[in-house]
Design a protein around this ligand. Sequence first.
Ligand SMILES: [Zn+2]
Length: 181
Amino acid sequence: MQHFFAMERLSVYNIAFKGLREGVHEYDYHIGKSFFDHFEGSLVEDGDISAIVVLEKRSSFMKLNLKISGTVLLTCDRCLEPYNQSIGNDISIFVKFGETESEEGEDVIWILPDENQINVAHIIYEYIIVSVPLRHVHPSDKKGVSSCDPAMLKKIEEYSKHESDMSDDRWGELKKLLNNN
Ligand SMILES: [Zn+2]
């Protein structure tokens, strides 16, 4: 994942690395609804996540470690009710300087040579999004029983039955027409 940063907003996520001494620096963020509001058309709109960013500054390189853990609010694909999906991720990303992205790499961020700060909001956002499973369903409890809303499941089942009855009728009508001709 590669980015050039020109972000003015979300300034609390700016890490001014230039003035930092060499070593390890930790930044803790709490991610909630107001964070996701910054990202238009976001897959995730609400959540309760802790994001710990550790910047390692050395003379020869700079590295970010990002730990995210918490829950995001999703809509269940099965019963259509909202639920909290647990997510977690732990990644290391190298920060490199250049006018162009001179090297392909999954976990490299490119920033302009004259930059003196890095905005980690997009990085946190993207790693939250990639941590969301493709299938959005209520988790099962300890006994393996789905925690989907049974009343909603029943309604959906009735509705889809009704829908298929309707289409059966249409087929019936079509068949009648065809047989008559
Ligand atoms: Zn569900």
